[in-house]
Design a binder for this molecule. Structure first.
Ligand code: ATP
Ligand code: FE
Length: 340
């Protein structure tokens, strides 16, 4: 099977052509960092406009590079949420137009399902079920992934997402958006033990997350003016890693899934990857993490989730709604409710 995937839920416009046997025939990701840079964060109206400007040409480029005509694809997958509604609408309506023009089915993909299934695109041995730490710009959750459309949430953040914490720490340190890569780069020359920072919820019996207090502590450290920025960055990153490891260990104790997986933008972080790999080893679980480019937003993961849903017979009508909010474990109920 051949699936065209479109992603436009935040500040990256992306298109990819992926096969059911895990080949990426062509893909493009166009970021909008420069457009949002002056505002220190993503401005929804600017994002939506930028998606409109580049998405059609990206579709043409990807099909052209692969030498594939639109009517040769089996389905058109697009992110239908959650995300900034203007951008989601641009991608979903474009996909509906392509589906209508070609007569091919639409697959409306939950962006979080894209992240959740992304490791299976590059790791053919990754079978269900697996325990997933989903750490991205808008989410920080521990989920048991039992199958396509079958997710059970063990924990979530009670305030900020992990990527959001990186972005806020970066802003406090005067680093550019997106903060994750900038903090990671600065942390390389810092001492992770130099600045005492809290590890919110570490030690608690339920594996939830909290990062708002950590952000405030970073703010106090910056304002105190007594620490080197690289030491603050390294200490902050270490605090997040320690929270991830402790919380994920609790979740692993509640799950007999044989594999631990980490995905989402924050999974691109080398310290995060290696700490969770060590945790998996010490807990006797297999470990899988996608390459960095597949952790941050891209369309290959949306096309792949589309391929998995298409293979399971889960296609959508042209009335599929765009959704600003769309919890992943609710999609399981929707699928079951639809009787598919
Ligand atoms: P969501 O997927 O929850 O809807 P999103 O799509 O905006 O949110 P992603 O693209 O999945 O988020 O991830 C982006 C986030 O990952 C940003 O907050 C960014 O700072 C963070 N991030 C990216 N690279 C790194 C890194 N190397 N280290 C830490 N954080 C990172
Ligand atoms: Fe994302």
């Amino acid at each position: 099977t051949l699936i065209l995937g479109l992603e436009s839920s935040c500040d990256d416009t992306a298109v990819a052509l992926v096969t059911g046997d895990r080949r990426i025939l062509a893909q493009r990701v166009v970021g909008q960092n420069q457009a949002h840079q002056p505002f220190g964060g993503v401005v929804p109206e600017i994002a939506a406009r930028a998606h409109v400007e580049v998405l059609p040409s990206l579709v043409t480029d990807v099909l052209g590079e692969a030498g594939i005509a639109l009517d040769e694809v089996d389905a058109i997958a697009a992110t239908a949420g959650p995300g900034l509604i203007g951008g989601v609408l641009v991608g979903l309506l474009t996909a509906k137009g392509l589906a209508l023009a070609s007569g091919k089915p639409l697959v409306a993909v939950n962006h979080l399902e894209g992240h959740a299934l992304s490791p299976r695109l590059v790791d053919p041995d990754l079978a269900f079920p697996y325990l997933l730490l989903l750490a991205s710009g808008g989410h920080c959750q521990l989920l048991e992934v039992r199958g396509v459309g079958d997710y059970s949430r063990l924990a979530t953040t009670i305030d900020d997402a992990a990527g959001e914490a990186f972005d806020k720490a970066a802003k406090l340190l005067g680093l550019p958006y997106p903060g994750g890569p900038a903090v990671e780069a600065l942390a390389r020359s810092g001492d992770p033990k130099a600045v005492p920072l809290p590890r919110p919820l570490v030690g608690s019996g339920e594996p939830h997350f909290s990062f708002a207090g950590l952000k405030s502590a970073v703010q106090r450290a910056v304002l105190a003016g007594t620490h080197r920025p690289e030491d603050i960055a390294a200490s902050f990153q270490q605090a997040v890693v320690d929270c991830f490891v402790d919380r994920t260990r609790i979740a692993l104790a509640k799950s007999d899934a044989p594999t631990l997986v980490v995905a989402g933008g924050v999974a691109a972080n080398i310290s995060v990857r290696s700490a969770l790999e060590q945790l998996a080893a010490s807990e006797g679980r297999r470990f899988s993490v996608p390459p960095g480019w597949l952790c941050t937003d891209n369309a290959a993961m949306i096309a792949w989730a589309g391929a998995e849903r298409f293979a399971a017979g889960l296609v959508d009508g042209l009335d599929a709604p765009a959704r600003a909010r769309w919890p992943l474990d609710e999609s399981a109920e929707t699928v079951r409710g639809a009787g598919v």
